[in-house]
Design a protein around this ligand. Structure first.
Ligand code: GLN
Length: 200
């Protein structure tokens, strides 16, 4: 498959959180990351990353800027969408808390702050079957847990206690941790590989 990386634009929801880090990694991979703040910024992008941050704020801002329905539609139409941490919370079908109201685009249940408070943030090496054997060093910051995995969901990575932390459902990807905070670009490359298959 031939792709001209320079021509590919990937949207990064830039309302709140660590969108700049995602854009920096995309740039390293030769892909233009476009900041998405309004529905019209979703035009012509190959896929969308919903970054980590604070999901209650993210949810509120997505409502204010009328982004909820256009993003959900994009996902339904088969465009690649990846949520990291707070972004994963937004992707879920249901969460155990009342706030935020998730987008419901991926068949997973999520529990916010499942590993404790900020001080309980941790790092763990993950073995990821779809990647080469080098473990992926994953950074968990007030991370959510995946409490329910629907039937069409592939688990890409789990913690040593068996809890899933990276899942895929066709064109949709969700990670409980922050691949944009380490120099390892494999998750970003994995996401970019979802785009040609998912493009209209
Ligand atoms: N704890 C945050 C939330 O519930 C997520 C943290 C993160 O994105 N690093 O939204």
């Amino acid at each position: 498959m031939t792709r001209q990386p320079a021509q590919l634009e990937v949207g990064v929801l830039a309302l709140q959180g660590d969108f700049a880090e995602h854009i920096a990694i995309l740039r390293r991979l030769g892909v233009e990351g476009r900041e998405v703040r309004l529905p019209q910024h979703l035009d012509r992008i190959g896929g969308l990353i919903i970054p980590g941050g604070e999901s209650t704020t993210l949810g509120r801002l997505m409502s204010i800027y009328d982004l909820r329905e256009p993003v959900a539609r994009m996902a339904r139409k088969g465009k690649a969408v990846w949520g990291t941490c707070a972004g994963m919370i937004m992707m879920a079908r249901e969460i155990t808390e009342e706030d935020p109201v998730p987008l419901g685009i991926m068949d997973i249940g999520v529990h916010r702050n499942a590993f404790g408070r900020q001080v309980d943030s941790f790092e763990q090496d993950l073995q990821i079957e779809s990647f080469d054997p080098t473990p992926f060093h994953a950074v968990f910051i007030r991370a959510p847990a995946i409490s329910r995995v629907g039937t069409g969901i592939d688990v890409l990575a789990s913690l040593s206690d068996g809890r899933p932390v990276a899942v895929r459902q066709g064109n949709l990807l969700a990670t409980a941790f922050h691949p944009e905070l380490t120099g390892d670009t494999r998750f970003h490359r994995y996401f970019l590989d979802l785009i040609p298959a998912a493009a209209e």
